[in-house]
Design a protein around this ligand. Structure first.
Ligand SMILES: *[C@@H]1O[C@H](CO)[C@@H](O)[C@H](O)[C@H]1NC(C)=O
Length: 812
């Protein structure tokens, strides 16, 4: 083995001692994970270019199933269901994949083993059993590992042209991972196809592990599947030719659909293939430094992690015993599973993105505001920057909305993800938040969709790939920060605001994993929590100022009357039919106009300001705090002055007509709820009642399945793309429930009893429907039908739809 670059490594790094126990720190603990959540099972470290692994499988019951090899989570594969049933970012987890087209239920177990200084070791067990034992069950699995960037990987086991008997081992090293071994071992009771036509021709190959070593261009490793399959298929079709006139028919596919057992010179990608009949199991060990793992590691480690997941679940998001007692067990397994798949859906992405700095719609060109801070008049540079181009590569650890359909970072969704992740593991949520904060550029902008690298781009239609630096997205990350501060306060000065608010008997205090448990450092240590907030305050403020500068709306130009002369907002980057930047893509709005004012953005800015006020107050930036108090007050006043329609008795967008007169654009739906959803209205505001009435009215937003996005009575209900024109979305229901729970049902006011009633009914409606649909279909969905509650569009959608777990546990 020649690892010429080993001299680059620090000497101390080679003296690596394996030991059990905990990871030294979070960089270590979070280094490895199934950070390729777009794959059914793809492990990689949180390192830009390093070891990439993936699992693929196909049935060998016929020759055609290989054309539907399972690898990336594709809806078209038609798996009955797949989800992590347990997953914790520090320990590992268990995933169950039901593939009835191949008659297999496959389980992937992943166990992290601390030790050494390079992120520790891990073990994976891949096992399967026939779904219907009476039917034929034959399968082939391929696990591959490829090295990108600086580093090397070599096959250590002696090559054998008919395949390897017994374990197969590779060694490798890289600057970040140091030296490691990768070993594959069969489980004890595997069975193979040994009979059938021509089996005598293949006796030397049956039951062995097949392999190939290939050389891939750097940056192309994500396309490993195609290259590996070509190796199998070419070999099989050559061999098949010699049987074409055989009266016995062709050999069993498992005899021919095999890797070639070659290693090409300079290989950086290795594939290891297993072929089985019936129940099977094999283990993959990644041993860092001197670590030694064995199947016993998994035999004892996996049951322990399943139990520890259960304990943590009980401590953080338990099912209340009085919620549908006859279903407690099923609800618990549902809630554990959608939480695990949210956590197991966290990905690490690295690469370039496409940015167009010059793009603007005509209604945005009239802006009197300068998007960029630069005042240096570098016109030539600006002109050069026009047009879509590749930006510098960036790295991001992020949860993903849907492993099958949206395997990448979305700003709009991420704040909701972090509410859930933070409930589970606050340090992990802060680690992810920090990666997002690091994306805030010098102007204060963050692209709303993070499509980093070729692999991520390959899943996005070209027209949606380009990001524009004056386009925003709802600043949902602020929810994670508000939540963190509430927890810090709860730890520090006794009960939090949320705890104090509620005396209705529905109250469950904010609870966390017990002090000292992994993932709680930022709460256990007030200094660490404080240092974190201080470290993000600068970029947050830049981000906030960017919103206020670039998304400002016009007041005086249209003789609008409002107490504050500054606070009004408008989404940039809308088109005739869509306001993608608002996150509610096709929700009805007025015609595009430079004089539009958007209620939801105004409300988000109120929420953003409140968060900034909280952070500034917490870290002692008192001057800033005072100015945020003023802005918040101005926004709340202007909500009424600019957005409340006395005539319609609702909050609305505002627009400008042909006579340059301002008028309200009112469409009953989610948009109308924002001042309540974000708790901007005081509990005694006279406008709260009208909003609650609209929510509770079955002719408008109320359904037995949750709150609809658009009123049933609206002429556009269910029309066009029907994306945000009726269907029921989890995040808006979650926000509404949270606002009722913490504010309107909690505080004294004329609408308190009504708010309590709506809270209780809505919570039950939304949970019962999502759970029912989960049992019916095997999945949670992107949205739910406004008329029959059926799951719609992408699935599994264990991004924000997983908030059902928090609603069950009443954690808002
Ligand atoms: C985490 O631990 C590793 C190895 O002990 C060390 O090199 C690294 O600096 C630590 N990182 C932090 C952020 O403390």
């Amino acid at each position: 083995m020649q690892l010429f670059w080993l001299s680059l490594l620090p000497l101390g790094a080679l003296a690596n001692q394996a030991h059990s126990g905990q990871f030294a720190n979070d960089t270590q603990a979070l280094l490895w994970g199934p950070y390729r959540p777009n794959l059914y099972f793809g492990l990689r470290p949180r390192v830009p270019q390093s070891l990439m692994t993936g699992l693929m499988w196909f049935g060998t019951q016929d020759y055609s199933s290989i054309s539907q090899t399972r690898h990336a989570c594709e809806t078209g594969d038609g798996l009955d269901s797949y989800s992590w049933t347990e997953y914790d970012a520090r320990e590992g987890g268990v995933q169950v994949l039901k593939d009835s087209k191949n008659n297999y239920e496959i389980t992937t177990e992943f166990l992290k083993v601390p030790g050494g200084e390079h992120g520790g070791s891990w073990a994976a067990r891949i096992k399967g059993k026939p779904i219907d034992p009476k039917l034929r069950a034959q399968i082939s699995l391929v696990f591959y590992a490829g090295m990108e960037g600086l580093g090397g990987l070599d096959m250590d086991t002696e090559e054998a042209e008919t395949g390897v008997e017994g374990p197969i081992e590779f060694t490798g090293a890289s600057p970040e991972l140091d030296e490691f071994r990768l070993r594959f071992e069969d489980g004890p009771n595997n069975d193979f196809v040994e009979d059938g036509p021509h089996h005598a021709d293949f006796t030397s190959r049956i039951g062995k592990t097949h392999y190939v070593g290939l050389r891939m261009q750097p940056g192309n490793l994500w396309q490993a599947k195609e290259t590996i399959l070509q190796n199998i298929i070419k070999q099989a079709s050559d061999a098949l030719g010699s049987y074409k006139d055989s009266p016995a028919g062709p050999p069993d596919p498992s005899f021919l659909l095999q890797l070639t057992d070659d290693v090409y010179h300079g290989s950086n990608l290795y594939a290891v293939q297993k072929l089985y009949r019936g129940e099977f199991s094999f283990d993959v060990f990644y041993e860092s430094g001197n670590a030694k793992l064995s199947s016993a590691t998994l035999d004892s480690g996996v049951p322990a992690l399943v139990e520890s997941y259960h304990q943590r679940f009980q401590n953080t998001i338990p099912i209340p015993p009085n919620y549908n007692p006859s279903k407690t067990e099923a609800l618990e397994s549902f809630s554990k599973s959608i939480t695990a798949n949210l956590l197991g859906g966290i990905g690490y992405f690295y690469g370039t993105s496409i940015v167009d700095k010059g793009f603007a719609h005509e209604w945005d060109q009239e802006d009197e505001f300068d998007f960029s801070r630069s005042t240096s008049g570098e016109d030539d540079d600006e002109a050069e920057e026009k047009g879509a181009r590749l930006a510098e590569p960036r790295a991001l650890l992020t949860a993903t909305p849907s492993r099958s359909f949206f395997p990448r970072g979305f700003y709009w969704d991420e704040g909701f993800h972090l509410m859930h992740i933070g409930q589970w593991d606050i340090d992990l949520s802060l680690e992810i938040l920090k990666d997002w904060i690091n994306l805030i550029d010098a102007d204060g902008w963050v692209a709303r969709e993070q499509i980093l690298g070729e692999e991520a781009r390959s899943r996005v239609p070209a027209e949606f790939q380009t990001q524009v630096p004056n386009f925003a997205n709802p600043p949902t990350l602020m929810m994670a920060i508000t939540d963190f501060i509430a927890r810090l306060k709860a730890r520090g000065d006794g009960p939090s605001d949320a705890d104090l608010g509620m005396d209705t008997g529905m109250q469950v205090p904010l609870s966390d994993a017990p002090a000292g448990a992994p993932g709680n450092q930022h709460l256990d240590s007030p200094e660490l929590g404080m240092a974190y907030l201080k470290s993000i305050y600068g970029p947050l403020k830049r981000h906030y100022d960017w919103f206020r500068r670039t998304q400002r709306g016009q007041i005086k130009q249209y003789a609008r009357k409002s107490r504050s002369r500054t606070e009004a907002y408008r989404w940039r980057g809308r088109s005739q039919m869509h306001v993608l930047t608002s996150g509610m893509d096709d929700y009805p709005r007025g015609p595009p106009h430079a004089g539009e004012l958007h209620l939801d953005l105004m409300s988000w800015m109120g929420y953003f300001t409140k968060t900034m006020k909280d952070v500034a107050g917490f870290i002692g930036e008192t001057d800033d705090e005072a100015s945020f108090v003023e802005i918040e007050k101005a926004i709340v006043q202007n909500l009424d002055d600019l957005h409340w329609s006395e005539e319609e008795q609702m909050y609305c967008d505002a627009n400008v007509d042909d006579d340059e007169e301002s008028y309200h654009v009112c469409h009953k739906g989610y948009l109308s709820l924002f001042p309540v959803m974000l708790s901007l209205l005081p509990a005694d505001s006279p406008h709260v009642g009208a909003i609650l009435d609209m929510i509770r009215d079955p002719d408008h937003l109320w359904s037995p399945y949750g709150i609809r996005s658009l009123s049933l009575s609206h002429p556009e209900f269910g029309q066009g793309e029907d994306y945000w024109k009726g269907p029921i979305w989890m995040p808006m229901n979650y926000l509404t429930l949270g606002a009722l729970y913490k504010t309107y049902a909690a505080q004294d006011g004329p609408y308190r009893a009504q708010a309590q009633e709506i809270y209780t009914e809505l919570r039950k409606n939304i949970i019962d429907n999502i759970f029912k649909e989960y049992e019916r279909t095997g999945y949670v969905w992107e949205q739910y039908d406004a008329l029959d509650g059926h799951g719609r569009r992408s699935h599994p959608f264990t991004g924000w739809t997983s908030l059902a777990s928090l609603i069950l546990a009443e954690k808002y």
